[in-house]
Design a protein around this ligand. Structure first.
Ligand SMILES: NC(=O)c1ccc[n+]([C@@H]2O[C@H](COP(=O)([O-])OP(=O)(O)OC[C@H]3O[C@@H](n4cnc5c(N)ncnc54)[C@H](O)[C@@H]3O)[C@@H](O)[C@H]2O)c1
Length: 352
């Protein structure tokens, strides 16, 4: 009877979408958007709930009929194969990863395991499934291009990753394209600029600066180089993923870029003024310069005409996005947001 009921429940949905890493920062925004905007789709989130997640990120959807959470490791072939055999997975968004660049210098093997081996396990399960997904979207990063002083990267630019995190993301990309070429798996790869917004774990630069300032500590800026990043608001990143699911061409790679490039020092100054409301003459009192990690890339400018031709443009301006990233009070209003997570790992510098 239970099997019959389950079958009937599944039949109500026109599509099943598997999101890995759906409890993380971008993943939780993507899952909420999918669950809300597609009540006729079933959304399965496979996530191991690492230190960077809060169960509260998904509380808005956890009781929805079209949402299912599976706690587990993407590197576990038995579990992942089971999901592909017991469900008719129509589309995959693969976001599960180790994402903290600074930690990747300290423990590259866990990045290798999750980012490369986890991707291989998922690809192999998708390839072997009786019902093959119609799309397999691998969410990669602009960091695979390596740093640039003045070159603007497009999707055909060579990959020159320069840290263990980006090296594992690039390695996973090559696995993805090998499954495209060898098995005609309909993959799409996205390479996105830095994404920011509410609920991002405090190891990343914007929430890190915000939470330091909101607890009356100085923003710690790494090194003296004129480092800058392009920042994309999380809603725009999610819209790009949703559009690519519908309109992206199988086998293609798409840059997802932000127009807004912000030098890290200016970012810190802006956030000091927003949070501390001090006059310009006092801003530097809230900045502290610390030593570099082994290597920090200068900048990653990318072109994203290919995605724009499908109808995507970033909608949220920097001013609006940074305001909504906590009004800037989100981190202040949610001081215990991460309290339920396991291990807490705090970096020393500004994590990009
Ligand atoms: N945040 C950015 O600026 C950015 C930019 C470009 C690309 N990306 C990519 O987007 C994806 C999501 O990034 P994010 O910022 O949301 O990261 P995040 O660190 O917030 O989330 C990662 C998620 O993966 C899960 N996870 C980790 N290991 C797992 C495993 N073995 N099995 C199952 N789940 C596991 C974590 O629990 C977490 O929910 C990543 O693949 C990242 O490389 C992020």
């Amino acid at each position: 009877l239970t099997t019959k009921l389950l079958k009937e429940a599944k039949m109500k949905f026109s599509r099943t979408v598997l999101v890995t890493g759906g409890s993380g920062f971008i993943g939780s925004h993507l899952v909420c958007s999918l669950v809300d905007s597609h009540p006729d789709w079933r959304i399965i989130n496979l996530d191991k709930l690492d230190y960077c997640c809060s169960p509260r990120s998904l509380e808005a959807v956890e009781d929805r009929e079209n949402y299912t959470f599976v706690r587990g490791d993407v590197c576990n072939p038995r579990l992942v194969n089971h999901i592909f055999h017991s469900e008719r997975i129509d589309a995959v968004f693969h976001l599960a990863a180790q994402t903290h660049v600074e930690s990747s210098f300290r423990c590259p093997s866990s990045f290798q395991r999750v980012n490369v081996e986890g991707t291989r396990v998922l690809l192999e399960a998708a390839r072997g499934a009786r019902h093959r997904p119609r799309r397999f979207v691998y969410v990669s990063t602009d960091e695979v291009y390596g740093p640039s002083a003045d070159q603007v990267f497009d999707e055909s630019s060579p990959l020159r990753p320069s840290n263990p995190y980006s090296a594992t993301k690039a390695a996973a990309e090559f696995l993805v394209t090998s499954y495209r070429d060898a098995y005609q798996l309909p993959v799409i790869i996205t390479r996105s600029n830095n994404v920011y917004g509410p609920r991002q774990y405090t190891e990343k630069v914007i929430p890190r600066f915000l939470s330091l300032l909101q607890t009356n500590k100085k923003c710690t800026i790494q090194g003296t180089l004129p480092i800058s990043r392009h920042f994309l608001f999380v809603d725009d990143a999610v819209q790009a993923l949703l559009l690519l699911l519908e309109k992206g061409a199988a086998g293609e790679i798409y840059n997802v870029g932000a127009a807004c490039e912000v030098p890290i020092r200016r970012l810190a100054q802006e956030l000091v003024q927003m949070v501390k409301e001090v006059p310009e003459s006092e801003v530097s009192n809230w900045l502290e310069f610390v030593s570099d990690r082994p290597l920090v890339d200068l900048r990653y400018p990318i072109r994203c005409e290919k995605l724009q031709q499908l109808g995507w443009t970033a909608q949220v301006s920097w001013a609006e996005g940074i305001r909504r990233t906590g009004e800037v009070k989100w981190y202040q209003d949610n001081p215990d947001f991460w309290a339920d997570t396991g291990e807490q790992r705090g970096p020393v510098g500004d994590e990009l």
